[in-house]
Design a protein around this ligand. Structure first.
Ligand SMILES: Cc1cc2nc3c(=O)[nH]c(=O)nc-3n(C[C@H](O)[C@H](O)[C@H](O)COP(=O)(O)OP(=O)(O)OC[C@H]3O[C@@H](n4cnc5c(N)ncnc54)[C@H](O)[C@@H]3O)c2cc1C
Length: 392
């Protein structure tokens, strides 16, 4: 069955993090686009699950991301103005650790290369401004005032809403089953019939392995476990007093932290486990109590003022590439099939600029911002230590 007779300019497959932003930017540029999502827009089963995300400008993943981050920040603020509730809270971001730690060295490199506003806080300054963090001897805090907290599911909904306002068609609860691309265009078989488009953008996250076997980029599906903690004094954990951040304090002390917005819980992601997952459809995010008890004890040793009796946990998935960089490009041999994948635990914050780059790539076969570190044919140097691949 043909869903409708028309041929769209572009079909975006998957309206999660990257797909929602790509659809928004394509529609804004006047492209006749359709977006197809297997679940409801704004669901929590993909890369946008887990209630909050970090935005950082002083970037440990490398200075090459800073132009994407600067542009994304502008677009996050634009999206904020279109959303009934804020999706970007510009509370700043902290990076905590010893200055010689490789991740802090990278943060300083990003700061220097782009002359980014920042403040280095000594252990005593940290104790007086951010007493929640129990620092170790020799550690410092780097405050990045352009950082902030993102609300991911609402961000996806806001981007899809903006895309619709610009004329995009959105098909929810429609699973793409097969993609057949040739020189004349792309035929997309879905659970609700076939869609035709001049070209397709596959933004199916961890499901892209299933949709385009062997052609979706070299990444592994891995689990990240989030823990939420009740606090003894919620006023100490609001964004202005407990900004988002990451900490590098040894193998059991690497984690990211997120403030409370509603006064009930903060969130932490201890970077100790990235269990491999083969089938995202069979994934169960339930976390066993023994594992949670270990994480609770670690975090309570590093952050004071948490309630050890109010803890909950949930696992989520992302695709991790061997060098921590995502894939953005056309499938070899199919220049009307673009794939975005492997965002390696740090893709959310750059999603709006990636969406804009998709719109440019589709229209002009080039992007304003250099994304060559995401090319399919780049030289990939494997990072041996899985923990080094952890991001947020
Ligand atoms: C726990 C966790 C914490 C993170 N924290 C941060 C952070 O603080 N900051 C940050 O920048 N990044 C963070 N990340 C990384 C970031 O969230 C991901 O890199 C990003 O969301 C991946 O986006 P995506 O578009 O590739 O996948 P998704 O957002 O999962 O989108 C894929 C979409 O495609 C749909 N789809 C799949 N197959 C089909 C099909 N056949 N038909 C139709 N639709 C389909 C899916 O339903 C989904 O909606 C985190 C990731 C995780 C898992």
């Amino acid at each position: 069955m043909v869903l409708n007779r028309k041929q769209y300019d572009v079909a975006v497959i998957g309206l999660g993090t990257m797909g929602s932003m790509a659809l928004w930017q394509l529609a804004k540029a006047g492209v006749d686009a359709v977006g197809v999502e297997q679940f409801r827009v704004g669901h929590d089963r993909g890369g946008a699950g887990g209630e909050s995300r970090i935005f950082r400008l002083a970037y440990k993943e490398g200075p090459e991301y800073v132009p994407l981050l600067l542009r994304s920040r502008e677009l996050w603020l634009e999206l904020n103005s279109r959303s009934p509730t804020p999706i970007f809270h510009p509370c700043g971001a902290l990076t905590i650790g010893r200055p010689e730690h490789p991740d802090l060295a990278q943060v300083f490199k990003s700061i220097e290369r782009f002359n980014l506003d920042h403040r280095v806080l000594s252990i005593s300054e940290m104790a007086s401004i951010y007493p929640q963090h129990r620092l170790h001897e020799g550690e410092v805090g780097i405050f990045d005032p352009a950082g902030g907290l993102l609300i991911p599911q609402q961000a996806v909904e806001a981007a899809v809403g903006a895309a619709k306002n610009h004329g995009a068609t959105v098909l929810e609860q429609t699973e793409v089953l097969d993609i057949d691309a040739d020189a004349t265009g792309v035929a997309i078989a879905t659970t609700n019939g076939t869609i035709r488009a001049r070209r397709a953008v596959v933004a199916a996250g961890v499901w892209s392995k299933k949709l385009l076997p062997g052609r979706s980029g070299r990444f592994e599906i891995r689990r990240s476990v989030l823990h939420w903690f009740g606090t003894q004094d919620p006023a100490l954990f609001v964004p202005g007093r407990f900004p988002v951040g990451i900490r590098r304090s040894g193998s059991d002390g690497n984690f990211s932290f997120f403030p409370t917005l509603d006064g009930s819980e903060i969130k932490c992601n201890l970077h100790i486990d990235k269990t491999a997952v083969s089938d995202p459809d069979a994934f169960d995010g339930t976390i066993d109590e023994e594992y949670s008890a270990f994480v609770r004890d670690q975090i309570i040793g590093l952050v004071q003022g948490l309630d050890p009796d109010r803890v909950r946990a949930q696992g989520y998935l992302d695709g991790y590439s061997p060098d921590n960089h995502p894939f953005f490009g056309d499938v070899p041999g199919n220049d009307n099939l673009t794939v975005l994948s492997g965002f390696s635990g740090h893709g959310f914050k750059i999603a709006p600029a990636i969406g804009e780059a998709v719109a440019e790539h589709v229209r002009f076969q080039r992007t304003t911002i250099d994304i060559s570190h995401m090319a399919f044919n780049r030289q990939i140097d494997d990072i041996e230590d899985l923990l080094e691949r952890n991001s947020e």
